[in-house]
Design a protein around this ligand. Structure first.
Ligand code: NI
Length: 172
């Protein structure tokens, strides 16, 4: 298995839209396995393929709270088909925006339709942390980041910080 490099802000690929999967072949399965490895190694609770530079509609998630009980979910072409009127606020972070977190308001619950690795259509009812996580990851597939949900002032500040950091890295 491979642990991928995770792209960080201000990498422009993060702003691109991912393509739907048409065929679930061995390559797709391998990518999902590598994504899971990468997510656990980070560590994180969710990862979208675009975060490792693969513009495909693939997400891995594990929102389990217990260390020894893994609840890995692999989502192919996930889509929110219904969401609650109610909203809730979570402090979010993102592996592509390291060392930064901010409160984000999202739908409290949602229902997601996706394809599993066997090509079967599945329904996932999400609440609590999982609802937040799945909305965050599906945003990634559409080139959206959690900082798009915070105030413009805070967003511009964090983007500036990452542009500065990337220039420092380049000049080294
Ligand atoms: Ni993220």
């Amino acid at each position: 298995m491979t642990i991928y490099d995770i792209l960080t802000l201000p990498n422009k690929i993060l702003r691109e839209k991912s393509e739907p999967i048409k065929n679930i072949d061995e390559e797709i399965k391998a990518i999902l396995n590598n994504m899971a490895e990468t997510m656990y190694a980070a560590p994180g609770i969710g990862l979208a393929a675009v975060q490792v530079g693969i513009k495909k509609r693939l997400v891995v998630m594990d929102c389990s709270r217990e260390e020894d009980k893994k609840e890995l979910i692999k989502l192919i072409n996930p889509e929110i088909i219904s969401k609650s009127n109610e909203k809730s606020i979570y402090e979010e972070g993102c592996l592509s925006i390291p060392d930064f977190s901010e409160e984000v308001e999202r739908f409290s619950t949602c229902i997601v339709e996706y394809i599993d690795i066997n090509g079967k259509k599945q329904i996932l009812e999400c609440d609590d942390l999982m609802a937040t996580c799945v909305q965050h990851e599906i945003d990634h597939l559409n080139g959206k980041l959690f900082i798009d949900h915070i105030s413009r002032l805070k967003r511009e500040k964090i983007i500036r910080k990452f542009i500065k950091l990337s220039k420092q890295k380049l000049s080294k």
